[in-house]
Design a protein around this ligand. Structure first.
Ligand SMILES: [Fe+2]
Length: 381
């Protein structure tokens, strides 16, 4: 066995930790900070909670939108280069944190935002950054990736240099999320943990994080969805999401790729677009990942059957029942995908979002079959 794991981010977790942001800015010797967020976070007073009592002068960029287009990233680049900011604080869900991460990179690197789309394109170390998630889903506070929509397609800006300096994960900030956002972001976290667990790049660190993350989410996502003020459930979800961020160093399999092909076309929240394929991915990968299925079943709270195919089917049923209880669509037919487009979507999935780390190799025919099963709601791989 050989693996490496790199996580330079200082992590602080728990109720009340948001009050420690001030101390973190001091520790980073910041002289001027840029807060990157969205208008809802300003309106709800969440940004004010984070910046309360900060000694360092700061300004706010609040123009981040959900599923940000590359134009938003260009705006962030202009803003962060307009003064000598030496710290970026991201406050919000994945979109705000992703834009904060790239802002830290743009502060020290020349070039349009578009020129950084791809892998490892930052030459210089970014300025310091602090991430403060307000959802329990993306794990973006601990990942190397920032997602951007370029010309209608999901793309990414990836670099290990984008790993934040500090992540402050306070479950109290997630308690104002409406139920629909709790459901979608929670499903996203379940997908990160599950897909990373199924990846051929998984290692004992990512597996431990993923299995614990899945168990926490399966136990408490429904409770957090039904009751915003359930503190233990909110704590489980915040922890499950950040464990997903840790697991993501194993990368994901084809569930997220499928999600990218339907998210923009059908205007689905990210967690809905990747939550829909999840049960089908589990049943498809069960045989390829046979030695790992028993532990996956335990994490999902499923009585383990003896045979991998059957086991995959049972875990997939459980994943589908979780999604259905959260009112997340579970078939492509439901969201309006035309039967005649299944082949085109399968081709886009393989062409634009390949997964060399998938233990299951697809060709156009087998990927179209997977899309057909998702269209029909057939979990039988
Ligand atoms: Fe995701």
């Amino acid at each position: 066995m050989k693996f490496s794991y790199f996580l330079p981010t200082k992590l602080t977790f728990g109720f009340g930790t948001v009050e420690g942001v001030k101390a973190e800015t001091k520790g980073l010797r910041s002289t001027r900070a840029l807060v990157v967020t969205d208008k809802v976070m300003m309106k709800t007073g969440t940004v004010q909670k984070v910046t309360h009592g900060l000694d360092v002068p700061f300004e706010v960029f609040d123009e981040v939108e959900a599923e940000p287009k590359i134009e938003v990233a260009e705006g962030v680049a202009d803003k962060v280069r307009s003064k000598s900011y030496d710290l970026v604080i991201g406050v919000g869900g994945g979109s705000s944190m992703d834009m904060a991460k790239v802002a830290a990179g743009f502060a020290t690197n020349k070039g349009t935002a578009r020129s950084f789309v791809g892998n490892d394109l930052f030459a210089k170390k970014p300025v310091a950054s602090i991430m403060v998630p307000t959802t329990a889903g993306t794990g973006a506070e601990l990942t190397v990736t920032s997602m951007v929509t370029v010309d209608g397609h999901k793309q990414w800006i990836n670099s290990p240099l984008l790993l934040p300096s500090v992540a402050v994960v306070d479950p109290v900030l997630t308690m104002t999320m409406p139920p629909g956002v709790t459901a979608a972001t929670g499903m996203d976290a379940l997908c990160h943990n599950t897909e990373a667990y199924l990846s051929s790049l998984a290692n004992p660190i990512t597996d431990s994080a993923a299995l614990e993350g899945i168990a926490l989410i399966v136990k408490d996502l429904q409770k957090a969805f039904e009751s915003a003020n359930d503190r233990p459930a909110r704590e489980s979800m915040s922890l499950g999401a950040l464990l997903g961020g840790i697991a993501l160093q194993a990368k994901m399999v084809y569930g997220h790729s499928i999600g990218y092909t339907i998210a923009t076309r059908f205007k689905l929240a990210h967690g809905v677009s990747c939550g829909l394929p999840l049960p089908y991915i589990i049943s498809n990968y069960a045989v390829a990942c046979a030695p790992k299925m028993k532990k996956l079943a335990e994490a999902y709270g499923v009585e383990p059957a003896t045979e991998p195919h059957e086991l995959g089917r049972e875990v997939a049923e459980k994943a589908r029942s979780i999604a259905a209880a959260l009112k997340i669509p579970t078939t492509l037919k439901e969201i309006g995908v035309a039967e005649s487009d299944l082949g085109m979507l399968a081709d886009e999935c393989l062409g634009m979002y390949p997964r060399p780390n998938s233990p299951l190799v697809f060709d156009g025919k087998s990927m179209t079959e997977l899309y057909r099963r998702m269209w029909e709601g057939n979990l039988e791989a």
